[in-house]
Design a protein around this ligand. Structure first.
Ligand code: HEM
Length: 334
């Protein structure tokens, strides 16, 4: 018999899981940036005959990263149990919690392959991208846990939604190019690791150019949101996304021109988790969802394709344009 847990307790648990996923990505980067990649030469044991590391820096850093993974496993298992214990049980939360476990297992196996492949850069890139997949599951889980079940209501037209989806794709491309930049750069994670045979300057330029395209798209998006008088909450999230992106871009250029100091590169990796989370949060905010503790969206029905009083949505009182069909439920919430 599973214990009953309220939706707010579940929300907290999913937020802890999200925090640990971010910590896992950043601690993984700390391993690489401190050249501790082969600090524990074996897996899951640190060395052939010992589970724990000897008292020295590199094995300790690599082992700490593994401990973060253990903590994440425990919290993710608890999140899954709590999701299954919810009454009524929500299918979306149960599946996302299971996805969290699947992502962690994939990351753990790939982490082992990274060690066995002696830090092959293509495996390291895959490891990072799967980490982004895991972060996506954790963010969506935390967002959905924070609201009541039920369909969302679209707050903007289909054009803006499409642009939002396209921007997610471009950001994913920028992240992949970033991992390739790392693969071509000096921070392999250990001595003698193979490098991607592309000059670092070329790879960094390609990476930065994709980011510039994305920044231009974000500006265009903000213009559209203002021009079409989108609800204040949507525009606000768009602005915060731009701020996160600009900050990350400034860190990117600074680290590049200061010859990649490990600490700054670590901040850049943390910035990746912030920008990606901001992007998902922005896209999620294009629909309004029932608030936790209620059953219905706190929105008046649409009249003639225009949202009426948007009530608690960021305090916006101006009407917002929506698609030609007016209020559009954005899909099943459970
Ligand atoms: C939205 C903005 C940006 C995002 C999301 C982003 C994302 C990333 C990612 C995912 C990595 C790989 C991290 C890893 O494998 O551990 C990376 C590395 C890198 N990025 Fe960016 N980046 C952004 C902007 C920039 C800009 C504008 C520059 C300017 C040149 C830049 C320069 C670099 C460099 C040089 C690396 C390699 C660092 C290393 O040696 O590990 N980034 N970036």
């Amino acid at each position: 018999m599973l214990p009953h847990v309220g939706p707010r307790a579940f929300l907290r648990a999913s937020q802890v899981a999200l925090g640990l996923v971010v910590l896992n990505i950043v601690s993984g980067a700390a391993v690489r940036l401190s050249d501790s990649g082969l600090g524990c030469p074996d897996w899951p044991n640190c060395s052939q005959h010992h589970l724990t590391p000897p008292l020295s820096l590199h094995p300790a850093i690599e082992f700490s990263n593994r401990l973060v993974v253990v903590a994440l496993c425990i919290v993710a298992a608890a999140v899954l149990v709590l999701a299954l214990a919810q009454r009524p049980r929500r299918r979306d939360l149960s599946w996302l919690s299971a996805g969290l476990i699947a992502g962690i297992l994939a990351e753990a196996v790939l982490g082992g392959v990274v060690v066995y492949s002696k830090l092959n850069p293509y495996v390291v890139m895959t490891h990072f991208m799967v980490g982004i997949g895991l972060l996506t599951v954790a963010v969506v889980l935390a967002l959905r846990a924070g609201r009541a079940p039920g369909a969302g209501v679209t707050m903007v037209g289909t054009g803006i939604r499409r642009l939002g989806r396209f921007m997610i794709g471009v950001l994913l491309l920028a992240i992949a190019a970033g991992t390739a930049t790392t693969g071509a750069g000096p921070h392999a994670g250990g001595k003698g690791a193979k490098r991607i045979p592309v000059p670092l300057t070329d790879m960094a330029r390609t990476h930065a150019e994709i980011v510039l395209v994305l920044a231009a798209m974000t500006l265009a998006l903000l213009y559209l949101l203002e021009h079409r008088k989108a609800p204040a909450k949507v525009t606000e999230r768009g602005r915060l996304l731009l701020v996160a992106m600009v900050a990350q871009g400034v860190i990117g250029y600074t680290q590049y021109f200061s010859h990649l100091p490990p600490l700054l590169v670590g901040v850049h990796v943390f910035g990746v988790t912030v920008v990606w989370t901001a992007m998902l949060w922005f896209y999620d905010g294009l629909s309004h969802h029932p608030v936790l503790g209620t059953a219905e969206p706190a929105l008046a029905p649409a009249v003639g394709g225009v949202v009426g009083n948007v009530g608690d949505v960021g305090g916006a009182s101006a009407p917002a344009e929506v698609g030609a069909s007016g209020f559009v439920p954005s899909g099943p919430g459970r």
